[in-house]
Design a protein around this ligand. Structure first.
Ligand SMILES: Nc1ncnc2c1ncn2[C@@H]1O[C@H](COP(=O)(O)OP(=O)(O)O)[C@@H](O)[C@H]1O
Ligand SMILES: [Mg+2]
Length: 264
């Protein structure tokens, strides 16, 4: 397993010298009759953990689907790793864990990973040995080696989350998009998972975009995109947000910004 004791605020170098991992300009998404993302402009730097935070229904999952290229009716500019979102070449460079990830209960951890490795990357030299290596590494990355042969159905909630994360880590993606990965986990498991995210970002320079509707998770991110009703209220570091709004916590800062927006 990677060194999960890495200090949580380790910053990756070189972020300033490269283009952002994600760059959006006037990003708009329609769903049915509604405009659910309203002309968003923001950038997500490389090698850092950016938290996408906001209440349920504000558009987090829609934004993430846009980034990975599975959302319909996206207009405006959305560049991911220097390509327009949805470009086929990006598929192997992005790991994505959906909000309700599916893991097969009747397969073991290793069998789940073997299955997804075969389905997700059929083009990548289907050599069984290479795939076996990838799977073994991904299982080790999420510290499930001791449970590799356990049925997924017998795992705890936290262990299941890590199986989904391992699926996203297959192929060593440059960008990880994680949609509310800590929902429903107890505080200890949430902390362990956040330590793992930091280890991945620090050891590999992986860019992580992670969503949550729980504001206290904001403190664990290098940067934040605070969302509300399809708009971005703030794009900043947790420190800068607290300072700017004279708030003690990011939650208080968020409420301050909501009040400010409502007063306009
Ligand atoms: N199939 C759909 N058709 C129309 N609107 C939808 C559909 N699914 C979700 N929405 C709307 O899109 C908005 C954003 O949803 P979503 O991106 O899932 O938000 P979040 O992930 O922040 O909870 C919500 O207000 C929701 O009502
Ligand atoms: Mg969602």
């Amino acid at each position: 397993m990677m060194n999960i004791a890495s200090p949580p605020q380790t910053q990756a170098a070189s972020a300033a010298t490269t283009t952002p991992a994600i760059r959006a300009e006037s990003l708009t998404v329609e769903r049915g009759p509604r405009t659910v993302l309203r002309g968003l402009t923001f950038a997500v730097p490389r090698g850092q953990i950016t938290g996408l935070l906001g209440p349920s229904g504000c558009g987090k999952s829609t934004l993430m689907r846009s980034v990975v290229g599975t959302q319909a009716k996206v207009t405006g500019t959305l560049d991911v790793l220097d390509h327009p979102a949805g470009t086929p070449a990006l598929r192997s460079r992005i790991g994505y864990v959906t909000q309700d990830p599916s893991v097969y209960d009747d397969l073991t951890v290793r069998q789940n990973l073997e299955y997804f490795a075969a389905v997700l990357a059929p083009g990548r030299g289907t050599a069984a040995a290479r795939r076996h290596e990838d799977v073994t590494r991904a299982i080790a990355d999420v510290d499930l080696t001791a449970h590799a042969d356990a049925l997924a159905g017998n795992l705890s909630g936290g262990q299941r989350s890590r199986v989904s994360l391992a699926v996203a880590l297959l192929g060593t993606p440059e960008l990880l998009v994680l949609d509310e990965p800590t929902v429903g986990l107890d505080p200890v498991l949430r902390r362990d998972l956040w330590n793992l995210f930091h280890a991945i970002a620090a050891d590999r320079g992986t860019t992580i975009l992670v969503s949550s509707h729980v504001m206290d998770e904001a403190e664990r991110c290098h940067r934040l995109l605070l969302m509300r009703e399809g708009e971005i209220l703030a794009d900043d570091t947790p420190d800068a947000l607290r300072t700017r709004t004279a708030s003690e916590t990011v939650e208080a800062a968020f409420l301050h910004l909501v009040d400010e927006a409502n007063a306009r």
